[in-house]
Design a protein around this ligand. Structure first.
Ligand code: ADP
Length: 261
């Protein structure tokens, strides 16, 4: 977008001592736009062939009679890899489009209810690791926004918190109001993130080395998406963390878009 263009202009002016005029910026703007469109088109085109592979593998696994054990394993590997690939293409598509929420999609959302529903959804995943997943959020916290996007934002944070927390830990969701902002915290007692790595967590495709041992098949796009969604709502996500102690992701939302009714 324009921000990127301006950054390039600033960088170039620093190096070459020239200031790019608006006119000179135009081709740069256009190539950013083309790159974005290309990513969107490519991920969109990948959808149907992927779906075909995925459904064929799924159907084959439905009738395993007469199938050799080794073939069954191969189909399972295909199904799981295509699952991961479709998640990746969906994520790429989302980021390339980075839909600014059209006004017609802005609904009044009960954020408290949305968060409580997410907690119910992730309870089994937490219980499987004996993780205590708790929520303590102001009642009737209303917000103008897109419910699918907000579910995705907080879903990503909760999923990460559970995923990067060893057995018997805790994951807590809380809110705080410091005018003019609302803060929603997702705090875990997980592996944490090293200080020098913290600045990278919201980068696309970035994953800490230590997270490889957690082998989630994650894409490294989850937090980039969460950040884009927060920004779409006039907000921001920040993180504090301590290795082997835990992490706290805080979503800041403007109070003018939120209210307690
Ligand atoms: P993914 O989880 O798919 O790898 P994300 O964008 O969601 O991608 O996260 C990027 C990286 O940030 C993760 O790979 C992990 O290293 C780190 N990370 C995210 N959330 C947490 C957390 N709650 N605790 C520790 N590390 C985290």
């Amino acid at each position: 977008g324009l921000g990127g263009g301006i950054l390039v202009a600033l960088a170039l002016s620093g190096i070459g001592g020239v200031w790019l005029t608006r006119q000179a910026m135009q081709p740069i703007e256009q190539s950013f736009q083309r790159l974005k469109q290309f990513t969107a088109d490519a991920s969109h085109e990948l959808r149907s062939p992927l779906m075909a592979v995925k459904s064929n593998a799924t159907v084959a696994l439905k009738y395993p009679e007469g199938m050799r054990e080794t073939d069954k394993e191969k189909f399972q590997a295909i199904a799981s890899a295509t699952n991961q690939m479709s998640r990746l293409t969906e994520d790429l598509l989302f980021l390339a489009r980075n839909d600014k929420i059209p006004h017609r999609n802005r609904d009044i959302i009960d954020l408290t209810e949305l968060l409580e529903n997410l907690v119910q959804l992730y309870k089994p995943q937490a219980e499987a690791k004996q993780i205590k997943l708790s929520i303590q959020v102001t009642k009737n916290l209303r917000l103008l926004g897109d419910s699918d996007q907000l579910r995705r934002l907080f879903g990503n944070l909760i999923e990460n918190a559970i995923h990067y927390t060893p057995n018997s830990g805790t994951v807590e969701i809380k809110d705080r109001r410091i005018s003019p902002h609302w803060y929603i915290e997702v705090r875990d007692t997980g592996v944490g993130i090293a200080p020098e790595q913290l600045k990278h967590v919201f980068d696309r495709f970035w994953r800490a080395d230590r997270s490889r041992s957690y082998n989630s098949g994650g894409s490294g796009l989850g937090l980039a998406i969460a950040q884009a969604i927060a920004q779409n709502h006039g907000g921001l996500i920040t993180v504090t963390s301590q290795v082997e102690v835990g992490s706290c992701f805080t979503v800041r939302l403007p109070t003018n878009a939120t209210s307690v009714l």
